[in-house]
Design a protein. Structure first.
Length: 115
């Protein structure tokens, strides 16, 4: 949707259907998966972007190679300390297992298949 249409929908209590809201919803979903795996992930605040409310929090991207299923994603979080601040950006791509991570910044981890 165009931003004007998205803002109108949001004001009416509907899903905005804007690219920005979809992007931030994906980040929130991935952060929720980390929380389900025992992680402490900061929560952002609701901020209007061009009239479209977006939950600005950590930008967490778990690629399909990291999370082909929810179970696979959870099995890769090995129960150690996992903390991601609300202002962080995290990208996990590949068959990566996390046993210890404290992030207040930006981190991109890519593993080649079979590595």
């Amino acid at each position: 949707n165009a931003l004007v249409d998205a803002a109108t929908k949001a004001a009416a209590g509907q899903s905005p259907g804007a690219a920005s809201s979809a992007e931030f919803q994906l980040y929130a979903l991935h952060a929720k998966l980390l929380r389900l795996g025992g992680g402490e992930v900061g929560r952002g605040s609701l901020v209007p972007l061009a009239g479209v409310p977006c939950a600005l929090g950590p930008q967490v991207v778990l690629t399909p190679a990291f999370r082909p299923t929810i179970g696979a994603a959870l099995s890769r979080l090995q129960g150690g300390t996992l903390r991601v601040s609300a202002r962080s950006s995290l990208l996990l791509d590949g068959e990566i297992h996390i046993s210890q991570l404290e992030l207040d910044g930006s981190l991109k981890v890519r593993a080649a298949p079979g590595a």
